[in-house]
Design a binder for this molecule. Structure first.
Ligand SMILES: [Zn+2]
Ligand SMILES: [Zn+2]
Ligand SMILES: [Zn+2]
Length: 151
């Protein structure tokens, strides 16, 4: 893992550099699209005393300063990533929950044009792709082939 310029980036956004913030940023950079409890387990390897509550606080502060982006997959807990400001979208596997990034063609929000008749100032248009990932597709083909598929 490349030790990046997180301390500088924290200071630029007016945040104090703390071990908790650095640990969370490094974990999220290495494992994007993970929910807070998974981030907590990974951060605990470096900082065994850190509580889930402090991880939530750190995630909240970093998201508010746009060092992290929060993504709310429909029906699943919010997850976090360090890839901010490119308005990229997500593709979710409906079987295993894997999340992949999808480039935004437009590049900034809102990506889709709302009809003028809506009369709202649109700030975000969420685009979520849903499907079945290659591994899940391969696994279900295997099950069908061997005749052991469960309903
Ligand atoms: Zn899958
Ligand atoms: Zn993403
Ligand atoms: Zn887009």
């Amino acid at each position: 893992m490349i030790t990046s310029d997180w301390p500088d980036r924290l200071r630029e956004r007016g945040l104090r550099v703390t071990r908790q913030r650095l640990a969370v940023l490094e974990v999220v950079a290495a494992q994007p699209h993970k929910p807070a409890d998974a981030i907590h387990s990974a951060v605990k390897e470096q900082l065994p005393e850190i509580t889930v509550q402090s991880v939530y606080t750190v995630l909240h502060d970093l998201t508010a300063r746009e060092l992290l982006r929060r993504f709310d997959p429909p029906g699943s807990p919010a997850c976090y990533e360090t890839r901010t400001h490119d308005n990229h979208h997500h593709a979710i596997c409906t079987r295993c929950g894997r999340i992949e990034d999808v480039e935004c063609v437009h590049g900034e929000a809102p990506c889709l044009q709302a009809p003028a008749s809506l009369g709202m100032q649109i700030q975000v248009a969420d685009v979520v792709f849903r499907g079945i990932c290659r591994e899940c597709a391969a696994a279900s083909e295997g099950l069908v082939g061997s005749g052991t598929a469960e309903a």
